[in-house]
Design a protein around this ligand. Structure first.
Ligand code: PLP
Length: 387
């Protein structure tokens, strides 16, 4: 395809000057001392504490899709059978990688406005005894649902399969008990409830998972996707020398957001997200013009609230009526027309942000904001008290 460019493309023109950005303040990010192996290891230990795990944690140098793909390619192979639980778009992505690895894939899909149950998972495992790997998304920011991981993990453990959990949208927004639940590969990213960077991510790897990955001849080696390379060159080598230069700025930001979670207290951060979700749902119900997309409160993710737009009103059209500074966006993919997503994670998990979103949604749909704000405030108070 021929690309049209707004400026003529000159292939080999030598760069003589770098244009200055207006009002650029670059100094805090430059000339930093290198991130030491000890700093890197300390950040991994912080992540392990956040995940409530004593398993190995690798802080991966890329967005969370890197450890998700690495975990799947490390565990899956021709001859293996995977149960892929699809409760939103990420589940679909995992299915494609699993098939690409030559695994037999059993898809267990549920409507995106609900959650999968432990009983459904147990039934699928009984029906397909060969299943040796299960991929599951904890919370899906794109669809706004969250799955009951504890019960699902118990069923998977009883069956003897490995469990990979995508906890990018649940970490710091809701309880995540990696070891107690029995999650073998737990993947997180910093960019949602942690309020941190998107450029680094992490995966915890259980002893069972390491054994299975080491026995998989198809597991990536000498590759950016290789968990085994990290184990060999970093974790098992005593974390003394980094295998290559880390993404320093993202690592510093990850460390900073972990410090902040530690200062605020994880239960308080989780309570803030839960309160933001219940206040948004209560407020939207009081509006009357929009409805929560996820039907049952217990299936609704604390990280983001998805909304169904009124018939005849396209979500993109509704979103265009809102202040672009608000954390509201139209849904993606097949749900683009009928779904609006209110993100209330990180710095947006506050009552003022929830109020601002509800006020704007009231205005844009011709509803009265008063009852919605009152309902949101009442739900915020109830939802905010830490358990
Ligand atoms: C947000 C998210 C990710 C990371 O994807 P980005 O779109 O790059 O932020 C991965 N998995 C789930 C379930 C997510 O919600």
């Amino acid at each position: 395809m021929v690309q049209t460019r707004s400026r003529p493309y000159r292939p080999c023109s030598p760069v003589t000057t770098i244009p200055e950005r207006p009002a650029a303040t670059v100094s805090p990010f430059l000339d930093l001392p290198p991130l030491s192996a000890a700093d890197f290891a300390a950040i991994e230990d912080q992540v392990a504490a956040l995940l409530h795990t004593e398993a190995d944690v690798i802080v991966t140098q890329g967005e969370a899709l890197l450890p998700l793909e690495a975990a799947i390619r490390s565990a899956a192979h021709p001859g293996s059978t995977a149960l892929n639980i699809v409760t939103g778009p990420y589940g679909q992505t995992f299915g494609n990688w699993l098939r690409d690895c030559g695994a037999e894939v059993v898809d267990l899909a549920v409507p995106f406005d609900s959650a999968v149950t432990a009983e459904q998972v147990a039934a699928a495992l009984r029906e397909h005894p060969a299943i040796d790997f299960v991929s599951l998304v904890h919370a899906e920011a794109a669809t706004g649902n969250t799955n009951p991981v504890a019960g699902i993990a118990a069923a998977v453990r009883e069956h003897g399969a490995l469990l990979m959990l995508d906890a990018v949208a649940s970490v710091a927004a809701e309880p995540l008990l990696t070891d107690a639940w029995g999650i073998d590969l737990c993947v997180i990213g910093g960019q949602k409830a942690m309020g941190g960077p998107a450029g680094v991510s992490a995966v915890s790897v259980s002893e069972r998972a390491w054994e299975r990955i080491a026995a998989n001849p198809a597991a990536p080696r000498r590759s950016y996707l290789s968990l085994l390379d990290w184990k060999e060159r970093w974790t098992d080598a005593g974390r003394a020398v980094l295998p290559h230069a880390p993404a320093q700025l993202e690592m510093l930001a990850l460390g900073a957001c972990l410090d902040r979670i530690s200062t605020d207290g994880l239960p308080a951060v989780i309570a803030r997200h839960r309160a933001a979700a219940s206040a948004t749902r209560a407020g939207v119900r009081a509006l009357g013009t929009l409805t929560p997309f996820v039907l049952r409160d217990e299936d609704a993710a604390p990280v983001a609230t998805t909304l169904r737009t009124p018939p005849g009103l396209h979500a993109a059209e509704l979103a265009a009526r809102l202040d672009p500074a608000l954390p509201v966006q139209p849904g993606g993919g097949a749900l683009a027309a009928e779904m609006l997503r209110v993100n209330h994670y990180g710095a947006a998990a506050t009552l003022p942000t929830v109020r601002a979103c509800l006020t704007a949604l009231a205005e844009a749909t011709g509803a009265d904001a008063g009852p919605a704000l009152a309902a949101a405030e009442a739900a915020w108070q109830t939802g905010h008290s830490p358990e």
